[in-house]
Structures are given as C-alpha cells and as structure tokens.
Design a protein around this ligand. Structure first.
Ligand code: NAD
Length: 266
C-alpha cells in the first residue's frame, strides 16, 4: 500500500527509459500495485502500442507514453507536465533511462561522453526539478534513481558511465538533504549486472573483441565481478523500488541501496 494521503486518487508513476529492460520491469511491477504509468523511451509506434495495451490489459491501469529524449531538458519538462495533466497524482518518479559505451579514454568519442552524461545523469536533475513543485504541493513524493554499482566503484573503459553514476549518487544525497523537512524522499538503487538489452550489447561486443563465446564472456568477464555468479533479476529490483515507494520507505532518503550479488563487498 502506498504512503500517500487517502485522497482516493489513483497513484501515478513516471518511469524514464521504460520501453525496455529494467524500466519496463519496474513499469509492470508498479502497474501490478495499481499505479497508472507514464512510459518513456526510444521506441517505434508499434512497440509503444503493444506495451501500453499490455499494461492496460494485464493490470487495468491507465498508461501513457512520452517520447521525451532524455538528452533534451525542454522535452523532459514537457514529459512531467503532460504526465501531471494525464493524472495529477504523480507520486513516484523513477529516473532510469541510461546508455553505455565501452572504450579506452583515448578512443572514447566525445559525443558518447556527452550523451552518457546527459541521459544517465543530467536527465535525473531535469526530471526531478520538474516533478518537485507538484510533489511538494500534494505533500507526497518518492524519487528513485536507478544508478549502478558503478556509482560506487569503477571498472576500466567505462569512464563516462562511472562518472555519470557517481554523479547520480552525489545528486541523490544532496537533494535528500534539501528535502529532509518535506515528505518527499529520494534514493538510488545500485544494481550489479541485470541481463537486459544494455548488457546483451556488451556481451556481444566482448565476445567479438576477444574472439570467445558469449557463454565464456558471461562466466569469465561479466559475472567475474559479481561473487554470487548470477544475474540480478528485474523483479527483485522492482521489489526494492516498491519498498522505497511504500510506507516502510518513509525514513529512507539519500541512500544508495545495492543489489549486486556481493560485488561491492570486495
Ligand atoms: P535498456 O537498454 O534495456 O533500457 C534503456 C532504456 O532507456 C530504454 O527504454 C531506452 O529506450 C531508454 N533510453 C535510451 N536512451 C534514451 C534517451 N535519449 N531518451 C529517453 N530514453 C532513452 O537498459 P537497462 O539495462 O534496462 O538499463 C536501465 C538503467 O539501469 C540504466 O540507467 C542502466 O545504467 C541501469 N543499470 C543497468 C544494469 C544492467 O546490468 N542492465 C546494471 C546497473 C544499472
């Protein structure tokens, strides 16, 4: 059950980057709890139609789609105001959209650096800033930033991603302090590897680069850092996000919650 005032209004969650992977899993989990959902991402019309109908059919909730590009602040602001027009009870914002690029610094393309900083970090600032006034007015809000273990520790060849995710954790802590005297919380979730299209891309790249099978990449490269040697399940991340959004999450703010199979215990 949500912690929001019993207004009778249907709760609403905006989840960026939710046409795929973790974001889509979160969308289904929040919809299963009765939240209306605003999806966002880069996807063709047929995919969007399919995802929206699935949420409506499976969970009997309202669902909308925003094609806001997380590199463009004006589009992010428009996404939040359209979402509030569709259902003003915007209780939950999940900043999840993200991309990856793996390369050594000297070969790292400038445009990839700029895109990763914009999508993985700055969009969190723009969306949170846009959502806050409404949350303050309504007296309830939960902001959940999907960071990464790479917000806490580094790996080589991921300089932009590691910088952006460390930035998300710094932002989360700073805004938690700013919001401490309000009923709004902001937290980060730091997953280890989850088998989504983002990671499939890395598995394929590594297999090609090293001339080895995808299975060997998974065992010896990807899961080498994760002591439990298994991928994190999207459903389990979604349970953590629902905990943060629910009543028991009330006192949790400014935290970086790991779900990483022991990665950061080393
Ligand atoms: P994914 O590639 O499956 O999904 C990424 C989503 O972001 C998609 O919906 C895509 O359309 C959207 N997106 C990309 N660029 C966008 C843009 N410019 N504007 C709007 N939307 C955009 O990836 P995922 O693995 O589900 O990753 C989701 C988040 O989780 C990312 O922030 C990622 O860094 C983080 N994360 C993933 C893992 C993992 O192992 N998969 C681990 C830790 C953290």
């Amino acid at each position: 059950m949500s912690d929001h005032k019993a207004t009778g209004a249907v709760r609403h969650a905006v989840i960026t980057g939710s046409t795929s992977g973790i974001g889509w899993g979160l969308a289904r989990a929040f919809a299963a709890e009765g939240y209306d959902i605003t999806l966002n991402g880069i996807a063709d019309a047929a995919t969007v139609e399919k995802l929206i109908s699935e949420l409506r059919r499976d969970f009997k909730v309202q669902a909308w789609f925003s094609n806001a590009n997380m590199m463009r602040p004006a589009e992010i602001r428009a996404m939040i105001s359209e979402a509030e027009a569709n259902n003003p009870q915007l209780d939950v914002l999940v900043n999840n959209a993200g991309i990856q690029h793996v390369a050594g610094l000297e070969d790292f393309p400038e445009e990839k650096w700029d895109a990763i900083i914009a999508i993985n970090m700055s969009s969190t600032f723009h969306a949170t800033k846009a959502a806050l006034p409404g949350m303050k007015k309504r007296g309830h809000g939960r902001i959940i930033n999907i960071a990464s273990v790479h917000g806490l520790v580094a790996s080589p060849f991921k300089s932009a991603y590691v910088a952006a995710k460390h930035g998300v954790l710094g932002f989360t802590k700073s805004i938690a302090l700013e919001l401490a005297d309000t009923p709004i919380t902001i937290n980060a979730i730091c997953p280890g590897y989850v088998r989504t299209p983002l990671v499939e891309g890395q598995i394929e790249q590594q297999a090609a680069a090293h001339g080895i099978s995808k299975e060997k990449v998974v065992r010896d490269v990807i899961l080498a850092a994760q002591p439990k040697k298994e991928f994190i399940e999207v459903e389990h991340l979604a349970s953590l996000a629902l905990f943060l959004a629910g009543p028991a999450g009330r006192a949790v703010t400014g935290s970086s919650m790991t779900m990483d199979g022991g990665w950061t215990a080393r």
